[in-house]
Write a protein that binds this ligand. Structure first.
Ligand code: UDP
Length: 472
């Protein structure tokens, strides 16, 4: 380990494509602009992790990956919440992580250690090697504000948060009702509530928190988080970090989507996708189909197999065994073939959002999808499903005013009329035009943030300087 060799940044991602994608973009920046090398140490969530491997194994050699052996989840009940399973993937891999770090600290100049939103359990291991642990937050500053307020909220209230009559007001953030609080905090008796609360309590042990958002997007929240006297770790907004959209990377099968978009008029298509993990019940899937059909709008819809048990049905890998199109209403494909394209399971989202035919996005409000829409100036219909997505929807609709939001009826379903109304309004209506104009302003602000002298670029440079000084 000579002085001349580059510093190595260790990144430990927890399960979920939505965590890995921005972490990879972060790694690329640190390599390109600050001359680090990066090693990903990847806990195994028990699924084949095909997409994860594909993403990591095609990177330049300055970014390498170690895939830890699978740990067992056989003892977990079937209905365990995803947050618990994510945390356990890491907790049960800690001894393996330690072995890898032992080798790496002997063979490379390890200069920094980063985990993501659920990675706190790796802090002690990092500290054993003299490394200061940092968190890379793959979501909003608003969520980070909730993390730091959670111990207080837990003390203040004993009821379920959804039963609170008044909205919850976090410092500098748009208020939201308890029913929209992160999913993992909705059932206080469920063991996941305690798992997540304990994580929240330990967030302040981080040496710093890197956030994939930017000052001008969440000014109030960031200012409150950075205020002196609260004893919080340093916060570094470095976003928006999103995948770049080079079409060379698009697989042959998904080029169909782009060819189809090429034939549609500018701004006419509603893109419909619930991220890597989001699934609907069969009944809801049908309702959505009929809503799109009724709207008469053009649409590009990524359809996944229905899942009756959880709205996060494909979080641990997309189930490609069944044919999702077989679940659509009878005759739907035939009736909509002039205006719609339905693709099973996965679309090249970045390329779709950057295509000029795309005029709106019906999204589950995953944070990456939100940033990608902002960077491409595409207004939204918010249909949040799980995790912190309902809070994100509030930020989009009430805070930034770049989205409309669907309503669930008394049966817990989003009805076809609601879907049709929003689809028409977003693509063709006046309201849609207003949202689009605001979204384009955010797009400009996003571009500014990552300019060479933008706020996010500077914030990352500050962090890299700190890391270079603290090498072990
Ligand atoms: N994505 C994609 N094609 C799809 C679905 C998702 O390329 O059909 C990408 C999307 O562009 C984003 C990520 O997968 O980068 C999903 O992250 P997000 O935070 O939006 O949602 P999550 O999958 O974590 O629920």
């Amino acid at each position: 380990t000579t002085q001349e060799s580059p510093l190595n940044l260790i990144i430990v991602p927890t399960p979920g494509i939505g965590h890995l994608i921005p972490l990879i973009e972060f790694a690329k920046l640190v390599v390109e602009f600050h001359k680090f090398t990066v090693t990903f140490i990847v806990p195994n969530d028990g699924s084949p992790m095909k997409l994860q491997r594909q993403l990591l194994l095609t990177l330049p050699e300055t970014i390498s990956s170690i895939f830890l052996p699978s740990v067992s989840f056989d003892d977990l009940p079937e209905d365990v919440k995803i947050e618990s399973r994510i945390v356990l993937s890491l907790t049960r891999s800690l001894h393996l992580l330690k072995d890898s770090l032992k080798v790496l600290t002997q063979s490379t100049r390890v200069g920094a250690f980063v985990v993501d939103v659920f990675g706190i359990d790796a802090f002690d291991v990092a500290k054993e090697f003299g490394l200061e642990p940092y968190i890379f937050l793959t979501t909003s500053a608003m969520l980070l504000s909730l993390v730091f307020e959670m111990p207080k909220l837990d003390q203040m209230f004993s009821c379920e948060y959804r039963d609170l009559p008044e909205p919850i007001k976090l410092p500098g953030c748009v208020p939201f009702y308890g029913r929209d609080i992160a999913d993992s905090l909705q059932h206080r008796k469920n063991s996941t509530y305690q798992v997540v609360l304990q994580l929240c309590k330990r967030y302040s042990l981080a040496a710093g928190i890197i956030v994939n958002s930017f000052m001008d997007l969440e000014k109030g929240a960031f200012e409150a988080l950075m205020e002196g006297g609260r004893g919080l770790p340093a916060v570094y907004p470095v976003g928006p970090l999103i995948q770049n959209g080079s079409t060379n990377e698009v697989k042959e099968w998904s080029k169909n989507c782009l060819r189809w978009l090429d034939e549609q008029p500018g701004g006419s298509v509603l893109y419909v996708c619930f991220g890597s993990g989001g699934t609907l019940s069969h009944e809801q899937l049908n309702e959505l189909a009929l809503g799109l059909e009724t709207s008469g709008q053009r649409f590009l819809w990524v359809v996944k197999n229905p899942n009756e048990r959880a709205a996060s049905g494909t979080y641990f890998g997309i189930d490609s065994v069944k044919d999702p199109l077989a679940f659509l209403p009878d005759g739907f494909l035939e009736r909509t073939k002039e205006v719609g394209l339905v693709v099973p399971s996965w679309a090249p989202q970045i390329q779709v959002l950057s295509h000029c035919a795309t005029g709106g996005f019906l999204t589950h409000c995953g944070w990456n999808s939100i940033l990608e829409s902002i960077v491409h100036g595409v207004p939204l219909i918010a249909w949040p499903l799980f995790a912190e997505q309902k809070m994100n929807a509030v930020l989009l609709k009430d805070g930034l005013k770049v989205a409309v939001r669907v309503n669930e009826n008394e049966d817990g379903l989003v009805g076809r009329e609601d879907i049709a109304k929003h689809a028409k309004e977003l693509i063709d209506g006046e309201e849609g035009q207003l949202l689009r104009t605001r979204m384009r302003k955010l797009k400009d602000a996003a571009t500014m943030a990552i300019n060479p002298d933008g706020s996010s670029t500077k914030s990352l440079a500050k962090l890299a300087e700190i890391w270079k000084k603290q090498e072990i």
